[in-house]
Design a protein around this ligand. Structure first.
Ligand code: 13P
Ligand code: SF4
Length: 311
């Protein structure tokens, strides 16, 4: 029996569900029961009746699932799969920043540790950040962390002046404006798809700015046949699968000698590690109860507002 069949059989025997983010390797996306963006993964985890959730993504995604489903076992194939954005916002430093602005409502991007979420009022993802910010009174002072690029983008489209934490994603920061402009010249009919974690100079060139799921949806519904994709290259798997006749070109990073448009953390998830973690039911995500009790509130607020807004 091959690894894939063994994994599927173990899932049936253990009543386990495999969830995967669009940035994981294609074969991980193929074996998953559910593939989605950060919002969809949280929504799906909140509703699953499986006994075990295997989160093929990065650590904060496993933590979010565990916080939402404290009675379930949440496994991740590799504990080292963290996130540079989450790492750029240590909870103690963020708590100091929050304490120095007591009149501010605190919005945190889902790409944060549970401890950072514990000092947050509302969690957002790139799928709902705009709508959640717009649902708050216009004059409400807001802290937005940790992604300065997503925060700056939301400020620009909502006319807000949120205070931004100075964090960023090492993948999305690296896309080259010059090389994207060259590609646009080479493919004048191509649409440029950009994740809002990219720098403002890249976002301003975009035909579509959105979460991984929003970019995928746009690529499917657009009549265009060529797309330049400025986000982690794993999303190309689902795009190409959904639209085999269209052309998807990964946007180049500044340094063409590196694979900088790949998230090294997401790519730690392999079929062998997925098999091992199901077999051994380890590594398991555990979240300190006090932190989880605090972090669940802003996560639930996000899910409630998203449901109300039909997101
Ligand atoms: P999405 O919510 O758009 O899937 O983004 C997750 C992420 O980590 C982007 O880098
Ligand atoms: Fe984190 Fe960036 Fe990887 Fe997304 S692509 S998981 S923000 S390091």
């Amino acid at each position: 029996m091959n690894l894939k069949d063994k994994i599927r059989r173990m899932c049936r025997e253990k009543n386990a569900v495999i969830m995967a983010h669009y940035y994981t390797d294609g074969e991980i996306q193929e074996i998953a029961d559910f593939v989605g963006d950060s919002l969809a993964l949280a929504q799906k985890a909140a509703r699953t009746d499986a006994d075990i959730i295997v989160m093929c993504g990065v650590h904060f995604m496993g933590e979010t699932s565990k916080i939402l489903c404290p009675d379930k076992k949440v496994l991740v194939p590799d504990m080292e799969a963290t996130c540079s954005l989450a790492e750029s916002c240590p909870a103690d430093k963020f708590a100091e920043f929050v304490a120095s602005h007591p009149e501010h409502t605190v919005i945190s991007y889902v790409n944060t540790t549970a401890a950072t979420k514990a000092v947050t009022d509302i969690v957002v993802t790139s799928s709902n950040a705009r709508q959640i910010v717009e649902s708050l009174p216009k004059d409400m002072p807001i802290i937005f962390g940790p992604d300065r690029n997503l925060g700056g983008y939301i400020n620009s489209i909502t006319g807000r002046n949120m205070l931004l934490w100075d964090g960023a994603c090492h993948v999305h920061e690296k896309f080259s404006v010059e090389k994207i402009l060259e590609l646009k010249e080479q493919y004048p009919d191509a649409k440029l798809l950009v994740h809002p974690e990219c720098r403002g100079a890249v976002v301003r060139l975009a035909d579509k700015v959105g979460s991984t799921a929003a970019l995928l949806k746009y690529s499917i519904s657009s009549p265009a046949t060529t797309f330049i994709v400025a986000t982690e290259s794993g999303i190309l798997h689902e795009m190409q699968k959904a639209c085999p006749e269209k052309t998807f070109i990964p946007a180049p990073p500044d340094d063409s000698t590196c694979a900088c448009n790949e998230c090294s953390y997401m790519k730690l998830v392999t079929m062998q590690k997925l098999y091992d973690c199901l077999l051994n039911e380890s590594p398991e995500i555990l979240v300190d109860a006090e932190i989880a009790n605090k972090a669940i509130r802003p996560i639930n607020r996000m899910l409630e507002i998203s449901e109300k807004l039909g997101l």
